[in-house]
Design a protein around this ligand. Structure first.
Ligand SMILES: [Zn+2]
Length: 346
């Protein structure tokens, strides 16, 4: 896997020469796999990742930070003597805590081994250098939490390699204790790469069943390829699904059978929703836009497992509580045929 173009190329080349590797991402994936293997060898009883990361990456301790010490971040890493301590925010979900801690441990690769806390490369101090390091640590975190060999064999065993395995996202997320968005990115941007943007929709009951029952589909999250995501950060550009238009007009929701990934043709407005919009176009409310020519996508409708349903109900007020069976989600992968340059240059 080649480091993407918008990575700081001088930093990537410098790191590759320091680590004496020919491909930084492949090497980091390999490192993550070694740690994951060790974790599985340690076995159950303790959190295996915690155990093995301690051993391999010179981590003295992983502990909650003092209240108020972590502002605007989930976790951070600080040198303590010759080792490191990772602090995480107290109120994170288990999934987010695991990802944040793994991300921080990724940072140990980019510190000077002889001077803990000091960047290993002078190119890390630039804005693009810092951003590249953050992406590399995210890459390390998803690689260590969703080990390549395990995930690939789960998909191959499922037998549906021809279609993007959207129907496996939820079960893999539960098995490996990561957010389903992390699984989606890992599957469709790395291990079985497709040129797609991925969305998760969740149905929310706006009128309870006893009073006629009506639900609407909301976009929970949208995972775009790195290139597309970078475009979001350009000031003045907004992605409709990530900002104003999370509720999807009902005529855009495809008919799907439950539990399988299907190829389908979707209204072109879906693509508007994941693309950065010009100022002129975003002036039109998303739900008032006219249907557009259909394009190719993959989609999967899944019932939420009961325990997650119950857990969610516990946090909901009575008025919005859906009645009847378990809730449902839809995963959609929109094929992005055009190159990303039209998006990035807007
Ligand atoms: Zn970081």
């Amino acid at each position: 896997m080649e480091p993407p173009q918008y990575f700081d190329q001088a930093l990537v080349r410098d790191l590759e020469s320091r680590f004496r590797v020919s491909n930084l991402l492949d090497w980091l994936e390999q490192e993550a796999e070694t740690i994951a293997d060790l974790a599985y060898a340690v076995g159950s009883g303790v959190d295996p990742f915690r155990q093995s990361l301690h051993r391999v990456r010179n981590i003295a301790e992983i502990r909650p930070g003092r209240p108020g010490s972590l502002i605007g971040e989930h976790a951070h890493i600080v040198p303590e003597g010759r080792q490191y301590v990772v602090h995480y925010r107290m109120n994170l979900s288990t999934n987010k805590r695991r990802f944040s801690v793994a991300h921080e441990i990724g940072h140990t690769y980019f510190f000077d081994p002889n001077d803990p806390g000091k960047p290993i490369s002078p190119f890390q101090s630039s804005v693009s250098g810092l951003a590249t390091i953050e992406r590399l640590c995210d890459f390390f975190a998803e690689s260590v939490l969703l080990p390549r060999r395990h995930v690939v064999s789960a998909v191959v065993k499922d037998g549906a390699v021809a279609l993007p395995p959207l129907h496996l996202i939820k079960s893999l997320a539960q098995e490996y204790r990561v957010d389903d968005k992390v699984v989606a990115r890992r599957l469709l941007f790395r291990l079985f790469p497709r040129n797609v943007a991925i969305l998760m929709l969740r149905r929310r009951m706006t009128i309870p069943k006893g009073k006629g029952g009506r639900g609407e589909w909301m976009v929970s999250w949208c995972a775009a390829p790195w290139e597309l995501r970078e475009a979001h950060s350009v000031k003045g550009i907004r992605v409709p699904f990530l900002s104003e238009a999370r509720t999807i007009p009902s005529d855009m929701i495809p008919m799907l059978s439950s539990g399988v990934t299907e190829h389908c043709e979707l209204d072109g407005r879906w693509w508007d929703g994941v693309r950065a919009q010009s100022t002129r176009e975003s002036g039109t409310a998303f739900k008032h836009r006219l249907p557009k020519r259909a394009q190719s996508a993959f989609a999967c409708r899944l019932r939420l497992p009961l325990f997650e349903h119950v857990e969610r109900l516990g946090r909901m007020d009575l008025e919005s509580k859906p009645e009847g069976g378990p809730d449902e989600v839809i995963y959609i992968a929109l094929l992005l045929h055009a190159t990303q340059s039209d998006v990035v240059q807007q």
